[in-house]
Design a binder for this molecule. Structure first.
Ligand SMILES: Cc1cc2nc3c(=O)[nH]c(=O)nc-3n(C[C@H](O)[C@H](O)[C@H](O)COP(=O)(O)OP(=O)(O)OC[C@H]3O[C@@H](n4cnc5c(N)ncnc54)[C@H](O)[C@@H]3O)c2cc1C
Ligand code: FES
Ligand code: FES
Length: 487
C-alpha cells in the first residue's frame, strides 16, 4: 500500500489514494468528512479555531500535540492519529471533563472559538498534570477569543486539572496501546501519491529523501508547513511535487553532547525546548515567543533556517552562538558556519539536491554572556520587527575578547553587526565603549521601512538593544535581566 496516505481519524482507519499535494486537513475534515466542529477562522495558523490533536510515534511512544488543521497538509499525516473535537464526548453524550469545565466556568459565548480552545486545553491536560498559570497561558497563546476575555477559559483549565487520573475520563488514554499497534502497522516504504493536481512524496528514510531531492531538485520540501501552509492558503500557490519530511526519525534527534546541542532538521520548537532550556535558557525563552503552541508543535528550527527569511527568529541567536549547519545530498554531507548560509534576500548557499539535515549549537564558554531580545508589536504570536542576539566574552580585566552580535529585521538576511563588533573587540566593557560603538550600526545596517516598523525605529532600536545588553551585564535590577551568564 505505497500509494495511499493512511492515518486514524478519531476511531476510524482512513486510507486515501487521491490526495492533492497541498490538501489541508481542515478542508478534508470539513468538506469531505463533515466534521464541522473544527472551524476555519484565519486559515493562517493565527487564531486556533481549527485546532485538532495529532498523535505520532516518537521512539515508540505516542505523543498527542495540538496543531492548526488549516495549514497542516494531509500528506504529513501518514501513520498518525488525528483527533477532532467530535471524539471527546462519550457515546451517551456525557461531556469530556475539558468540555464540562468550559461549560461550568462560562468559557464560551458565541462559541466559534470554543472547539479550538477545547482541543488546546485537551492537549495541555494530556501532557501536564497540574499546569500553572504561565503554562496555561502558553498553551493558549495560539487561540483567539473575541467574547470571553480569556479569564473564564483559564479558570476552566485550572478546574479540569483537578480531574485525575486521566485514564478514568479520557478516550485517548483508554485506547493508547491499541492506537500504538495500529500506527506501527501503518509504517510504510516511500509513498508516492499522484492526483490531478500533482504528486506528493513521503520518503521512507533520509537516504530515500536524498534520492528524491536529487531526482526532483525543484520539489518543495515540507517540514512543519507553518511557512509553506500560508503559501497555499494565502498566496494560492500551486506546489508540485511536494516532499514531506516531518516523520523522518533520522531528522528527529536532538542531542546535548559534550560541546553543544545537535538539532535535527525535523525537530519542532516544542521538542527542542526542553533541551535548549537546560543548556541555553535565554534561547529557550525566545522559543516561547515564536507563534502559538500549535505552531511550535509543528514548526521546526530547520524550516526557520531553510526558508532564509530575514525575520526568522532562530538564525540571529544561532549565529551569535556560532552555530554550524549541515546540509545533505546524495553526494554526502557538508557543514558550514550558519551565517555563511545566508547570501542575499531569497538566496542561500544550498545547492540543487541538498536539504538541511541538522544544526549544531556550541555551548557558550564558561563566563560568556548571552542574550536575545525580540521586539514585536505584541508579546505573543507576533512576527519580529527587530531581533538582536549578543554573545560576549570578557577577560579578567573586563576587556572584550570575543563578541558576536547578530540581528534579524535589519537587513535582507539575518546578519552580523561586524563593524559594531570591530568597535568593541579589545576594548574595556564600559559605557564609553558602548557609546563609541553605537554609530557603527549605521555602517552595518540600512534597514527598510515596512508595516512592522520604520527604518528609523529599527536603527534606533538596534542601538538601544546593545545598550540594554550592556546595562544588564553590569548590574541592571535582577527582574530586568534577560542575559545568561554561564557558570
Ligand atoms: C501563526 C504563525 C506564527 C509564526 N510566528 C513566527 C515567529 O514568531 N517567529 C518566526 O521566526 N517564525 C514564525 N512563523 C513562521 C514559521 O513558523 C517558522 O519559520 C518555522 O520555523 C518554519 O518551520 P516549518 O518546519 O514549519 O517549515 P516549512 O513551512 O515546512 O518550510 C519552510 C521553508 O523551509 C524549507 N524547508 C523546510 N525544511 C527543510 C529542510 N530540512 N531542508 C531544506 N529545506 C527545508 C521549505 O521548503 C520552505 O521553503 C510563524 C508562522 C505562523 C503560521
Ligand atoms: S483557522 Fe485560524 S489558525 Fe487555523
Ligand atoms: S466565544 Fe466568541 S470568539 Fe470566543
Amino acid at each position: 500500500m505505497n500509494d495511499s496516505i493512511r492515518f486514524i481519524l478519531n476511531g476510524e482507519d482512513v486510507s486515501l489514494r487521491n490526495v492533492r499535494p497541498t490538501e489541508t486537513l481542515l478542508d478534508f475534515l470539513r468538506l469531505k468528512r463533515r466534521l464541522t466542529g473544527t472551524k476555519e477562522g484565519c486559515a493562517e495558523g493565527d487564531c486556533g479555531a481549527c485546532t485538532v490533536l495529532v498523535g505520532r510515534l516518537i521512539d515508540g511512544k505516542l505523543f498527542y500535540e495540538s496543531v492548526n488543521a488549516c495549514i497542516r497538509f494531509i500528506g504529513s499525516l501518514h501513520a498518525t492519529h488525528v483527533v477532532t473535537v467530535e471524539h471527546l464526548a462519550a457515546k451517551d453524550g456525557t461531556l469530556h471533563p475539558v468540555q464540562q469545565a468550559m461549560v461550568d466556568c462560562h468559557g464560551s459565548q458565541c462559541g466559534f472559538c470554543t472547539p479550538g480552545f477545547v482541543m488546546s486545553l485537551y492537549g495541555l491536560w494530556l501532557s501536564n498534570d497540574k499546569p500553572d498559570r504561565a503554562e496555561i497561558e502558553k498553551a493558549l497563546q495560539g487561540n483567539l477569543c473575541r467574547c470571553t476575555g480569556y479569564e473564564p477559559i483559564v479558570k476552566a483549565a485550572e478546574q479540569v486539572s483537578l480531574h485525575r487520573p486521566s485514564t478514568l475520563f479520557d478516550p485517548l488514554e483508554k485506547t493508547r496501546a491499541e492506537i500504538i499497534a495500529r500506527l506501527w502497522a501503518m509504517q510504510a516504504e516511500t509513498l508516492t501519491i499522484a492526483s490531478d493536481e500533482g504528486r506528493l512524496i513521503v520518503p521512507r528514510s533520509v537516504e530515500a529523501l536524498a534520492k528524491v531531492i536529487a531526482a526532483e531538485p525543484t520539489a518543495t520540501i515540507v517540514a512543519g508547513s507553518t511557512d509553506v501552509g500560508l503559501w497555499v492558503t494565502k498566496q494560492m500557490r500551486h506546489l508540485n511535487p511536494v516532499v514531506f519530511i516531518n516523520h523522518l526519525s533520522e531528522l528527529q534527534s536532538i542531542v546535548a553532547g559534550e560541546y553543544g546541542i545537535s538539532i535535527g532538521a525535523g525537530v519542532t520548537y516544542t521538542r527542542a525546548f526542553e533541551t535548549i532550556a537546560r543548556k541555553i535558557p535565554a534561547f529557550s525563552r525566545l522559543i516561547t515567543r515564536i507563534g502559538g503552541e500549535q505552531v511550535r508543535n509543528m514548526g521546526t528550527i530547520g524550516g526557520n533556517i531553510a526558508n532564509g527569511s530575514p525575520i526568522g527568529d532562530s538564525p540571529p541567536p544561532l549565529i551569535a552562538l556560532g552555530a554550524q549547519l549541515t546540509l545533505r545530498s546524495t553526494e554526502g554531507a557538508r557543514t558550514l558556519p550558519l551565517e555563511d548560509y545566508f547570501i542575499a534576500y531569497g538566496k542561500q548557499d544550498r545547492k540543487p539536491g541538498e536539504f538541511v539535515e541538522s544544526v549544531f549549537v556550541p555551548y557558550p564558554v564558561p563566563g560568556a554572556k548571552f542574550a536575545v531580545y525580540k521586539i514585536s508589536k505584541r508579546r505573543d504570536e507576533d512576527i519580529t520587527a527587530v531581533l538582536g542576539a549578543f554573545y560576549l566574552v570578557l577577560d579578567e580585566a573586563e576587556r572584550v575578547t570575543d563578541i558576536r552580535i547578530a540581528y534579524g529585521g535589519m537587513a535582507a538576511i539575518p546578519k552580523r553587526a561586524r563593524s559594531v563588533e570591530a568597535e568593541l573587540i579589545g576594548k574595556p566593557w564600559s559605557e564609553a565603549t558602548i557609546e563609541a560603538a553605537r554609530p557603527a550600526f549605521d555602517t552595518d545596517f540600512q534597514p527598510l521601512t515596512d508595516w512592522r516598523a520604520t527604518a528609523e525605529y529599527r536603527q534606533l532600536t538596534a542601538k538601544n538593544l546593545l545598550t540594554r545588553f550592556y546595562l544588564e551585564t553590569v548590574g541592571a535590577p535582577a527582574e530586568l535581566k534577560r542575559f545568561e551568564e554561564v557558570a
